[in-house]
Design a protein around this ligand. Sequence first.
Ligand code: ZN
Length: 206
Amino acid sequence: MGQVRSGILGAAALSAGALAFAGAPPAEFIEILGQMHPEYRAVVGEVRPGTTRHHPAGVAAGLVRSGGRDPLDLRDAPRAGAGVHNDIIVYDGAFREGGGDAWRRLIVDHEFFHALHLAHGVEAPAVDFGDEGVNRDYYEALAWGYNLQRAGDNSYPGLEGIAWRRMEARCVEHRDQFKLWLQREHRVAWEHYGRFFGDLCGPATR
Ligand SMILES: [Zn+2]
């Protein structure tokens, strides 16, 4: 079981910079999570509100190790390993004010995917590439790609066009950065990892 050196495995909010007041239990987040993934407790420990008064810019939620508090603190970085449980920190203001119902479902699903991935619950391996930025590109590309697939399956009914475009942009950006690094540093490895990225960020059915 290892620590993933990534600053944040989080979901960005549509709008950033709002104050987030600590203390309120993220009830809506937990409710949506339970509806979408009744089995979520297999990979998610606790869902807790963020403890910082100012939430990180553009972030509505993030993953931390069990008991961790700050998704931006590397010491609180989530763990990877078969069956591992990580916690989700929710910045309630950004979560509730960042977009509509569809966007909130998307954010919840995004964090669930990170937790599932780190617990070895998806095909793509949970790898530490030894570089914070590279790790982030790898994990975020896969998570946004998952969101795109799920959006195509109408898991977020009523999702607006701008949200689609943001999702696609993030997927493409992180995938391209990861691909660039891997092809430069470990050319042969792209043949292995590339299969997880095939048409990941491509046009989904909608
Ligand atoms: Zn993420």
